[in-house]
Design a protein around this ligand. Sequence first.
Ligand SMILES: Cc1cc2nc3c(=O)[nH]c(=O)nc-3n(C[C@H](O)[C@H](O)[C@H](O)COP(=O)(O)OP(=O)(O)OC[C@H]3O[C@@H](n4cnc5c(N)ncnc54)[C@H](O)[C@@H]3O)c2cc1C
Ligand code: SF4
Length: 559
Amino acid sequence: MKPTYDVVVVGSGYGGSITASRMARAGKKVCLLERGKEFQPGEYPDTFEAGGKETQIDTPLGHLGNKTALVDVRVNKEINVVKGCGLGGTSLINANVGMEPEAGVFEDPCWPGALRADKATLAKAYAAANQMLRTTPYPEGAPMPAKALSMKTGAEKLGLTWLYTPIYVNFDIDGPNHVGIDQKPCTGCGDCCSGCNVGAKNTMIMNYLPDARNHGAEIYTQINVRYVGKQGDLWTVFFNRLQTGEEPFDAPTATITAGIVVLAGGTLGSTELLLRSALHGLAVSGMLGEHFTGNGDFLAFGYNNDLRANSVGDGTRPPTPADPVGPNISSIIDLRDPADPKGGMVIEEGVVPGFMAEPFALLVSTAAALEGVDTGTGFGDALKKKEREAISLLRGPYHGAVNHTMVYLVMTGDDDRGKMVLDNDRLRIDWPGAGQQPVYDKVNDQLLALTKAFNGVYTKNPVWTNLFSKDLITVHPLGGCIMGEDGAKGVVNHKGQVFTGAGDVVYEGLYVSDGSIIPRPLCINPSLTISALAERNCLYMAADRGWTFTYDFPNLSDL
Ligand SMILES: Cc1cc2nc3c(=O)[nH]c(=O)nc-3n(C[C@H](O)[C@H](O)[C@H](O)COP(=O)(O)OP(=O)(O)OC[C@H]3O[C@@H](n4cnc5c(N)ncnc54)[C@H](O)[C@@H]3O)c2cc1C
Ligand code: SF4
C-alpha cells in the first residue's frame, strides 16, 4: 500500500466497486479498502457448521462471531438488519434482483432538485449499471421453479400482475465474461443468499471489481477504516488491519492520504464512519444519521400450502436441473401504485439457503403452530396438511409441508423515521414504533389473501409478533447520509459530496456513494438504484475535474 493515492474508496459493495472501476478507468491511482475477506466460488458456506462460522451478530450487549464473517447481523431494539461483509459487500449474499423504482419515487421533493430535473443523466447511469451487471430475467424456456409457478398461480387467482424479475445471474456464459472472469451458467440451486458456489451470480467480484483491477486499481481486504479527517488539501484515512493478531493490543491506527475519499461502507458503515469522523473534529450536517429506512421490508411465510414451493436451497445436495429451486428471487407480484408510491408494495418469492434447511424447518413449523392462520377449511384439508407435516418430519425439509412453504419478501413504503447513532463507539438504530406503522397491517392482509389462494397457513415473521413488540427485519437498509438540497436537509449534495454544515458548502474531495445517500424508501429492491446513483456520482466526479472514462470493454491484452 502506498502512502498516497488520487482516490481512496472505503467498502466494496455496489457503490464502492463502481467508484473504483470508473475512477481507475479515468486513469486515476485508486486504492479500495474493504473490511471483509475475499471469497471465490466454492468457498461460500453450504453446511450449518460453515454457515455458523461465517455469521457475526452485533447486539446492544456485544459482538458475537468473527468481525470479518460473511453474514453480518445487526440486532437493534425495533429493527434488525442483515448485510454482507466481504470483498463485493452485500452483493455476495443478496437475491440478485435489479429493478428500477416507479418514476413517481423520484418526484418526491426529498431528492435534490438537480437530480429531479435531470432524468437523462440518471437514465444513462441506470443503463451503465445494467450493462456491467448483465441484468436479465429468468429464461422463459427453462423449467419454471415451483415457487415461481406458485406465485403465478396465486396472482392469477387474485387477478394481480406477476412477472419474472430482472436478476444479476448468468444463464449463458460458460467461460470468460466481459471483464475476463470465468463464469458458469446458473444451476438453479437457490443458494444465492449464502454465496454462489457455481460462479453464476453476477456479484461485484464478477464485474466491477475485476474491471477496476484491470484498469490498475489496488484492492486491500480485512482493512477496517475508523474515520477520516482533512489536513491541507489531502484527506487522511485512519484504519486498523483485521485478523492480524494486533486487535488484542489495541494497535494504533495506520493511515493513507488521498485527494478524494469516497465512503461506500453501506448505509450502516458510511454513517458510522462519518459519525466517528465528526467526533474527531470533522464538521458535518446535523442531518447525519437521520431518515434511516428499512425500505418497507417485510418477511412472512405461506406454510404447508396445497402447491409445492420448493423454497429451500440445495446446500450440499446435487442440483436438479429439471426441477430447480431457482435463483433466490425469480418472480414478483407487482402491486405498486403510481399514484401513491409509498402505499403500494411488491411481493417476491424467496429461498432459504441450504445450510439453514433444518433450523428453518423447525422454526417455520413451530411459528405456524403458535401464530399461524390456517386459510384452508374442512376435514379433507386438515388431513392433507397433517399428512404433509408427517412427511416433512420423516423425510426432512425437502419434502412435505416444508417443501410446500412459500417465503414472501415484501417491500413497501415506511415513514423513514429511523435514526442511527453512535453509542459507546458502536452504531445503533433507534426507531420507536417502526413495526407498528399501519402500512404493515396492509401488507399482512395482502399476504393472508395470497396464502388463502394456496389454502396454506399464513405465518408472520416470528419477530413481527406481539411477543417481540412487532420488530422488523430489513435486508435493504437505506438513509443516514441522505442527499439533500443543502446541509439543513441532507448530508450530501446530489453528486454525493459531503456538506460542511447546514449550508450548501461541500468538501470538494469527500463523497458518500452507497445506500446511505438514498433519502426515502424505494419500495423495490435498491441495489440497481444504489448502482445508478454511484454511476451518476462518478460522472460528476470526473466532469467536475475534466477527467473522462468510457464504458466499453477493451481487449484485456491491450490494458
Ligand atoms: C439476504 C439479502 C438479500 C438481498 N437481496 C437483494 C436483491 O435481490 N436486490 C437488491 O437490490 N438488493 C438486495 N439486497 C440488498 C443489497 O445487496 C444492498 O442494498 C446493497 O448491497 C447495498 O450496497 P452498498 O454499496 O450500499 O453497500 P454494501 O453492499 O453493504 O457494501 C458495503 C461494504 O463496505 C464494507 N465496509 C463497511 N464499513 C467499512 C469500514 N469501516 N471499513 C472498510 N470497509 C467497510 C462492508 O464490509 C461491505 O462489504 C439484499 C441484501 C441481503 C442481505
Ligand atoms: S441459483 Fe445457485 S447457481 Fe444460480 S445464481 Fe443462485 S447460487 Fe448461483
